[in-house]
Design a protein around this ligand. Structure first.
Ligand SMILES: [Zn+2]
Ligand SMILES: [Zn+2]
Ligand SMILES: [Zn+2]
Length: 212
């Protein structure tokens, strides 16, 4: 088994962000085969779709409404001795032909034109009930009920990434989630508080300068 550098960045509105570092290994047999590593990585990421989405009360990067979906852009460099993959997860109110989807598409087309980004994916295997919108990103990973957003879901103690509304939901999902849980190495959260402090520092400097 060989190593792979895999990082994911999740973005929401107001500069909210999470940085997720993974420690995946890929079968030694496919080392050096860019196409197979690419395929292997995409399959792995597709299996994590839910785990990467239900991680916080994300809001749409464009309009700021609660996010119900995520758009994935991938930068894959599989020809390196240690292949390198970066996943960009953009929180979006709802996938569809709306202004937010179009804006994010323009953004990723621009990134792709600068090089390095290969076509991203959205989970095509989701079953969307005709009567219901997709579950909120902030809801419990297991039951995915919208009302669990307000019931202070707690994080998995292993990966410190995904959230559940109850220990029952966590137990019910463990058999599936544990494979993903063990490849998550670390999670860093950044939010607009950092930015606010930055702005405040600037403001403080201005105030200080004007007082001199
Ligand atoms: Zn939106
Ligand atoms: Zn639940
Ligand atoms: Zn976990």
């Amino acid at each position: 088994m060989s190593n792979l550098n895999l990082l994911a960045f999740t973005y929401g509105s107001n500069d909210t962000r999470a940085e997720i570092e993974f420690r995946p290994v890929f079968p030694e047999a496919i080392r050096g085969d860019s196409d197979q590593i690419d395929e292997w990585a995409r399959t792995l990421l597709a299996s994590m779709y839910k785990d990467l989405k239900h991680t916080d009360n994300w809001t749409c990067e464009i309009c700021g409404d609660p996010a119900r979906d995520a758009k994935y852009d991938i930068a894959i460099r599989t020809h390196l001795p240690t292949p390198d993959i970066v996943l960009y997860i953009h929180s979006i109110c709802e996938e569809g032909n709306n202004l937010c989807t179009k804006t994010l598409q323009v953004q990723s087309d621009h990134m792709a034109s600068l090089g390095g980004l290969s076509p991203g994916f959205m989970d095509r295997n989701r079953l969307k009930p005709a009567s219901k919108p997709f579950p909120l990103s902030g809801s419990c990973l297991n039951c995915q009920e919208d009302n669990t957003v307000n019931s202070t879901p707690s994080r998995c103690g292993g990966c410190k990434l995904v959230r559940y509304c109850s220990t029952e939901c966590q137990s019910a999902d463990w058999k599936r989630h544990k494979k993903i849980c063990k490849v998550i190495k670390s999670v860093k959260w950044a939010d607009d508080r950092a930015r606010l402090f930055g702005d405040r520092r600037n403001l403080a400097q201005q105030v200080q300068a004007s007082a001199v």
